[in-house]
Design a protein. Structure first.
Length: 466
């Protein structure tokens, strides 16, 4: 390759970088700058040729969107390396060409990797935006009924701020990627910083996802709590209204009864007699209730005795099975001891008569195999016994659960019967009170009729009395 051809090739490779090739100067690798070219071969080994105009800085501006305005930031200084002059050696030119090609290929691979990561971050950012929009919609719906706590509002604002920051950082990363296409030779120096920044962005994204999930879970929990509170409040209010209605109705009935009692002594006497009768009925019901309680206690004692007997029988069976298992374990241990002794004796016999006692060795092997079979059989029996024990335990637990369920069912039936009896008693008392109220109203109406008749008679015949 000639010097002119190398020069043209490097000029075409650096055309995208806007490099002017006019003059060159030598920069010593030992941090010494020479103002004149050097053609000495020894000096060429320790120095590189650079164009004086190419040892310059180019300011790369990253655009980032913050609050709707474009701001300039993050200046990077890129040093562009020029080609050696025509008097440089072909080896240096070839090395620089290969270095540039390798750097370009590595840079393209890293740019593709960064682009893929940025696309993935963009997708995750869109998903986060959708989830945040859903959370905001839920917040707006919940805000109609009840204001969300200040802590949750602050958290949502922080999430929105982090989302905006992530979007701005993503825009900065995209802008940086477009600028990286122009400065591929310097990407090796900044790849570590880009990787760190990508790691930070991924960590920020994960943190935002976790915080958003926590916010959504807190919102769902708060919503369920509010719904439960509203349901409980509605049920309590309806129950309170029902109780107030019943209380008012009973108060009205009692006031009517008291008014009737105050007006009519006979009605008071009848009501007193009826109350005495009701008290006797209540005493009878109390006596019956005491008898039922005694019967219930007797039934509970019988059930406990039956349960104790069943548990005792089950425990006896379990103890028998445990004894059998222990005997099996002892048999297995004795067989293992016999097996070990057989192995020891076999080893001794083999040592004594290795040359001539092959038949005895075979016999010992057969005995050992038989002993191994017996051990396997005992192990199987032991596992079967353990399985049977577990089955018995499960059966016992099922019986206990069934007895407990039956006891609960009996308790619920008793409570239901008590509620029904109490309801019937209250209905009977209310019916009696209504009958007495009707009787008192009828008697009051008769009294009023008599009083009106007496008034008419007085109006008609009063002058005779005078």
């Amino acid at each position: 390759m000639s010097t002119d051809q190398s020069f043209r090739q490097m000029e075409s490779m650096t055309a995208d970088m806007s490099i002017n090739l006019d003059e060159f100067e030598v920069i010593n690798t030992g941090d010494h700058l020479e103002s004149t070219p050097s053609t000495d071969a020894a000096s060429l080994n320790n120095s590189l040729l650079f164009h004086p105009n190419l040892v310059s800085t180019t300011t790369l501006v990253e655009e980032s969107m913050r609050n709707g305005e474009r701001s300039l930031g993050r200046e990077e200084t890129l040093q562009h390396v020029s080609m050696p002059p025509s008097h440089a050696s072909d080896e240096i030119i070839d090395g620089m060409v290969r270095t540039g090609s390798d750097s370009n290929s590595r840079m393209e691979k890293e740019i593709e990797l960064v682009r893929a990561k940025l696309d993935e971050m963009a997708k995750n950012n869109e998903r986060l935006g959708e989830e945040l929009a859903t959370a905001n919609a839920q917040l707006s719906l919940e805000r109609r009924d009840r204001q969300v706590s200040s802590l949750m509002q602050t958290r949502v604002r922080e999430l929105e701020t982090d989302k905006e920051i992530l979007e701005k950082e993503l825009a900065d990363a995209r802008s940086f990627l477009s600028i990286e296409k122009e400065g591929r030779l310097t990407a090796l120096k900044t790849s570590t910083a880009d990787q760190t920044r990508l790691d930070e962005l991924m960590a920020t994204k994960e943190r935002l996802e976790k915080e958003l999930a926590e916010a959504l879970s807190n919102l769902s929990i708060e919503k369920e709590a509010r719904q439960t509170e509203v349901k409980a409040s509605t049920a309590g209010q309806s129950r309170m209204n029902e109780l107030m209605t019943r209380s008012e109705r009973l108060e009205r009935e009692l006031s009517d009864v008291h008014s009737h009692l105050s007006i009519e002594k006979e009605a008071r006497l009848a009501i007193h007699q009826e109350s005495v009768r009701l008290q006797s009925i209540v005493a009878q019901l109390s006596t019956k209730n005491g008898g039922l309680e005694k019967e219930l206690d007797e039934t509970a004692r019988r059930f406990q005795s039956i349960q104790f007997q069943a548990n005792e029988g089950t425990q006896n069976e379990i103890r028998k099975k445990n004894d059998e298992i222990t005997a099996l374990i002892l048999r297995v241990a004795s067989l293992e001891q016999a097996n070990r002794e057989s192995e020891n004796s076999k080893a001794m016999e083999v040592e004594r008569a290795r040359a001539t006692s092959t038949g005895m060795t075979d016999q010992l092997r057969l005995e050992n195999a038989a002993a191994q079979k017996k051990i396997a059989e005992l192990s199987r029996q032991l596992s079967d016994a353990a399985a049977l024990t577990m089955e018995h335990q499960r059966t016992i637990q099922e019986l206990l659960d069934e007895n407990e369920q039956r006891a609960k069912i009996r308790q619920l039936e008793m409570e239901l019967a008590e509620c029904k009896a109490e309801s019937e008693n209250k209905e009977a008392i209310i019916g009696v009170l209504k009958e007495e109220n009707d009787e008192g109203s009828r008697m009051l109406e008769e009294r009023r009729t008599k009083m009106e008749n007496m008034k008419r008679m007085l109006e008609r015949y009063g002058h005779f009395i005078e």
